[in-house]
Design a protein around this ligand. Structure first.
Ligand SMILES: Cc1cc2nc3c(=O)[nH]c(=O)nc-3n(C[C@H](O)[C@H](O)[C@H](O)COP(=O)(O)OP(=O)(O)OC[C@H]3O[C@@H](n4cnc5c(N)ncnc54)[C@H](O)[C@@H]3O)c2cc1C
Ligand code: SF4
Length: 561
């Protein structure tokens, strides 16, 4: 009988966290097995970047499994057949889950922001939430490494809590972005070049962006970041990575010594139960899925779930707060046709620019900008009735489309939620998924910290549109409508569930993302985050995964793992 191999490391999940762990660990010489619940997919081979919407069966509209559009690069969605989750009474929560190689990095917005020095020590500054056990200086070298390896554009501005990086030149602002910049300057809102992981110069075997604007479909020339092309492909090239796709991990298994000894999973093709053996296990299935795996990994030694002696697994969940306002700008109506080409995302953005001590909410938000003219997709021009005189039918309708096309502007606020006791997940005792694995039940509550921040977002965006001489499409949402605050989870930046800390009684992992209770178990996605910051999280997930993986490699070399 052939002995099953014992890998040095088993990684669950292949998104930002898992991809980076595979890259760093295989380069360090470890034999790694990666379990991924979805199909194999590489944008460089599979993207439909240049297919026009009109040439497709659904005109680019949403289809099952691709709710953001037929050619959106991510399989998954808000609901996955046979894989439910439940919500506690009164909870509103949306959960986007990817099921494919590379996870959500295939279609993410590529907004790549470092957390700032304050973001790691908020409790010391305002008494709310908790401090991280590590500082910006601990993570900075890894942010630098991620910048160099993956590449991003931006500009060095010297802003204290929106740290500079190693940037490629940013693309020039488009016409509507110049108008946004002008209005921002007039209202003293800091507006600077955006920071997106799109390369504007060639990097290794990756070509520079050619500004087709289709980033969400995946980039055939690898000019934007996705985990499969930028991290997993080089890891495969080392010959050290065994990739098992369609492998839905059920639980981390534990040996007599109380250490993790592998992962059991379901082969989705055959439905059979399988197991891989490994000396170290890295969870990177995304924040909530990793918490679910820990809670489902019960044994006599860990009856409360693995690494959960603190009872903190699943606790202190957060998502980015979101608020939006859009409108139209008369000076952009009937514009002279001109080049709106750019990356599939913004060229300018506004980092948090105010002092919270003068406001009625404790943490900040940044502003994302959209607008202008792009390739028309499904439903293009929808809502034409919102424009003055717009609507009707026939020749007039066509004329209205021409007139108003490209004259829309939108602002999205993306802010920091403070972790609270009422936002957590647990196993639902009555529901299993199609694989027989218990599912998560989510509890969620925002507080006035978030509601007041959402109100401020609305007021700011309306002031910006007014400054541009524009008109907004919708009235200011009232307090009863939560000031337009987006539902928990819907901004798709969910974090927490296995938070980091120095005290094993109140945290799940230590500053190296190593479980306090199980020294050969690590978490390399958004679960260890102690706070959300007013930044999108993925650049920090990548930097922390690199740092954790380097630590694993050192510990293995020292014989400690
Ligand atoms: C539309 C969209 C836009 C976004 N824009 C931005 C942005 O601009 N900036 C930013 O910072 N972030 C953005 N995000 C968030 C970003 O995508 C995530 O922060 C990031 O992908 C998280 O990485 P991850 O490795 O934790 O999880 P994922 O990328 O979700 O990867 C997890 C992987 O684990 C697999 N998996 C799950 N459970 C199991 C299991 N039991 N067994 C085996 N495999 C499993 C999944 O199939 C998936 O491939 C965006 C997300 C979306 C959806
Ligand atoms: S805009 Fe640039 S990065 Fe995005 S898909 Fe097109 S070429 Fe690739």
């Amino acid at each position: 009988m052939t002995q099953r191999p014992v890998y040095d490391v088993a990684i669950i999940g292949s998104g930002a966290g898992g991809g980076m762990a595979a890259y760093v660990l295989t380069k360090a010489g470890a034999r790694v097995v990666m379990l991924e619940a979805g199909e194999r997919w590489f944008a460089s081979q599979n993207s439909k970047m240049m297919v026009p919407a009109y040439a497709t069966p659904h005109r680019g509209a949403s289809i099952k499994g691709r709710p953001f559009g037929e050619f959106d690069a991510c399989d998954g969605g808000w609901d996955i057949d046979g894989e439910p989750f439940t919500r506690a009474p009164g909870t509103q929560f949306s959960w986007w889950r990817a099921r494919m190689l590379g996870g959500r990095t295939n279609h993410w917005g590529r907004i790549s922001l470092r957390f700032g020095p304050d973001d790691f020590r908020r409790k010391s500054l305002d008494g709310l939430g908790d401090d991280w056990p590590i500082s910006y200086d601990d993570v900075k070298p890894y942010y630098d490494d991620v910048d160099r390896l993956i590449g991003l554009y931006g500009s060095n501005e010297g802003l204290r809590n929106a740290p500079d990086g190693i940037f490629m030149p940013p693309p020039k602002p488009r016409c509507y972005e110049l108008l946004v910049k002008k209005a921002s300057d007039q209202l003293n809102v800091t507006c600077i070049p955006a920071r997106l992981s799109v390369i504007t110069k060639p990097l290794g075997d990756r070509q520079a962006c050619h500004y087709c604007g289709q980033c969400n479909r995946g980039c055939s020339v690898k000019a934007n970041f996705s985990s499969p092309d930028v991290l997993i492909a080089p890891a495969l090239k080392t010959g050290k990575l065994t990739l098992i796709t369609n492998a839905m991990a059920r639980e981390v298994t534990v040996g007599q010594d109380g250490l993790a000894d592998g992962v059991s999973y379901i082969d989705k093709h055959t439905g059979s139960d399988e197991h891989v053996r490994a000396k170290v296990v890295v969870l990177a299935a995304s924040a909530l899925e990793s918490a679910r795996l820990l809670l489902n990994s019960k044994s006599s030694a860990f009856s409360n779930g693995l690494a959960n002696s603190s009872g903190v697994v699943g606790k202190y969940l957060t998502d980015t707060t979101g608020g939006s306002v859009s409108g139209f700008i008369p000076s952009m109506v009937d514009h002279v046709p001109h080049n709106h080409d750019g990356v599939g995302g913004m060229h300018v953005y506004m980092p948090w620019w105010l002092d919270n001590s003068k406001l009625d909410f404790p943490r900040g938000y940044h502003i994302e900008v959209w607008g202008g003219a792009g390739a028309p997709g499904a439903g293009f021009g929808g809502g034409i009735q919102r424009y003055p005189g717009g609507g009707g039918y026939g020749a007039q309708l066509k004329q209205d489309y021409r007139k108003y096309y490209g004259a829309t502007i939108g602002f999205d606020g993306r802010g920091e939620m403070i972790p609270n006791e009422n936002s957590f997940c647990e196993l639902d005792q009555n529901t299993v998924d199609k694989f027989g694995i218990p599912v998560l039940r989510i509890h969620w509550k925002f507080t006035d910290y978030e509601y007041n921040q959402a109100k401020h977002m609305q007021e700011t965006f309306r002031a910006l549109i007014a400054q541009m001489g524009g008109e907004v499409f919708s009235p200011m949402p009232t307090k009863e409508r939560d000031y337009g605050l987006a539902t928990g989870g819907s901004i798709i930046h969910e974090l927490g569930g296995a938070r980091m800390g120095s005290d094993p009684k109140s945290s799940v992992v230590n500053g190296n993302c190593q479980a306090h209770d199980v020294k050969n178990l690590f978490v390399a996605d958004g679960s260890p985050f102690v706070s959300q910051a007013d930044k999108n999280p993925t650049w920090t997930i990548l930097a922390l995964s690199w740092r954790t993986s380097e630590y694993i490699a050192q510990q293995r070399q020292a014989g400690a793992l």
